[in-house]
Design a binder for this molecule. Structure first.
Ligand code: SAM
Length: 213
């Protein structure tokens, strides 16, 4: 079964000839990308041979072996493709993988689990943020689509994500309310100037806003 997070990631992938599913593990992102017509051919990589074999098994099960290439190693493994998807890794590891590749990919689809601000700060130099939003599937995830280029993000865009602020969709709003509740809980126990400032920033963001569904 494809979980909501995987479907969302695949929905963000642009239609391309070649896709690399980096750190593929089970391989569901790459296989779903073929299945939905997002990619004609998928390169799967994983640093763990055991994880990579799960993707190989899934490709065989779905009779897609002829459209898949499997490589065990770090990051992109020197592979060139139209789009690279790096999902379910930390932001710093994601950056290390992107920096390590000689090739500048036209498209990046990312789902960093931590250090999202650091990732935005670095990638704005070489990429344009087409989509950068919070998505809820049992917990909050950041999902991004970046196009080769570059832009200068504001401090707030680096902190919260460009299109989160632009479209203010329900999941982002829910995320802000959750963050707000965390701040209130802390401030009820102890005074902390930074937490107070964060609460006030969140309140300013929420003030007068309505959900976009
Ligand atoms: C949490 S899983 C994510 C699987 C899938 N991408 C997803 O989002 O559901 C992380 C996978 O990345 C692999 N991995 C971790 N660091 C890596 C690296 N530097 N290069 C390639 N694969 C890596 C791990 O072996 C593991 O299979």
């Amino acid at each position: 079964m494809i979980v909501k997070r995987i479907s969302k990631i695949v929905s963000v992938i642009p239609a391309v000839n070649t896709l690399i599913d980096v750190g593929c593990d089970h391989g569901k992102i790459g296989i779903e990308a073929i299945q939905t017509g997002k990619a004609q051919q998928v390169y799967f990589t994983d640093i763990s041979a055991k994880c990579l074999s799960k993707a190989q098994n899934l490709a065989e099960k779905r009779n897609m072996g002829d459209r898949c290439v499997f490589t065990c190693g770090f990051g992109m493994c020197g592979i060139v493709a139209d789009c690279a998807c790096i999902a379910g890794l930390g932001g710093l590891e994601t950056l290390k993988i992107i920096d390590n590749s000689q090739h500048k990919f036209d498209w990046l689809v990312l789902n960093p689990l931590r250090n999202v601000k650091e990732l935005r700060k670095q990638l704005q130099k070489d990429y344009f943020f087409i989509y950068d939003e919070i998505f809820f599937d049992k917990k909050f995830y950041n999902i991004m689509l970046l196009k080769k280029g570059g832009e200068l993000l504001s401090k707030m865009q680096i902190k919260y994500g460009k299109t989160n602020l632009q479209y203010f969709r329900k999941d982002f709003c829910d995320y802000l309310f959750e963050e707000r509740a965390k701040c209130v809980t802390i401030l009820n126990k102890v005074f902390d100037e930074k937490v107070k400032q964060r609460l006030s920033e969140i309140d300013n963001l929420l003030c007068g806003r309505q959900y976009v569904r």
